[in-house]
Design a protein around this ligand. Structure first.
Ligand code: 4NP
Length: 163
């Protein structure tokens, strides 16, 4: 096993109970299936603190479970200033998340780590819409967008880091 530092990816949304835990669960699975679990570290956080300590939203968990992802062990946490130093990739779901994370930036190097998750997708949709106050279709849309982007993210990381 390599002793090199893991490449680290942090998915960020507002509450850390819908979009970013989904990306966390989907990407973690892709990484494990690729046998890269000891080389890529995956985590998620929310810019807000309302749901800290809670498991993902039940509607999101149900949609994730339909696709074979068990999100029940995840617990919401709030984004911390240190995360901007500790992670290599800070992947946000929408432009408001991006602005909120940018507000915490103290060094240019941190700024370069922040990207919209969907920037890895060729599609014209560049933000993962917040599903919290909408109907079931919003949760399926989150899953579709996140699955597509996470597959491409892994291809990109393998290329960038020779994995
Ligand atoms: P998330 O969704 O950012 O994808 O976790 C939300 C969850 C909770 C709230 C907003 C968005 N909220 O307002 O409590």
């Amino acid at each position: 096993m390599s002793t090199a530092k893991k490449v680290s990816v942090l998915f960020i949304c507002l509450g850390n109970i819908c979009r970013s835990p989904t990306a966390d669960g989907v990407f973690r699975r892709l990484v494990e299936d690729a046998g890269l679990g000891d080389q890529i570290h995956v985590d998620s956080a929310g810019t807000g603190d309302w749901h800290v300590g809670k498991a993902p939203d039940e509607r999101m968990q149900a949609v994730a479970m339909e696709r074979g992802y068990d999100l029940s062990a995840l617990k919401a946490r709030q984004l911390q200033a240190e995360d901007l130093d500790n992670f290599d990739y800070l992947l946000v779901m929408d432009k408001q998340n991006q602005a909120d994370v940018e507000d915490l930036v103290t060094e240019l190097e941190q700024m370069d780590k922040i990207r919209l998750l969907l920037s890895f997708n060729p599609s014209a949709i560049k933000e993962v819409p917040d599903p919290y106050y909408g109907g079931d279709s919003g949760f399926y849309q989150v899953m579709d967008l996140v699955e597509g982007a996470c597959k491409r993210l892994l291809v990109q990381l393998r290329k960038n880091h020779d994995l």
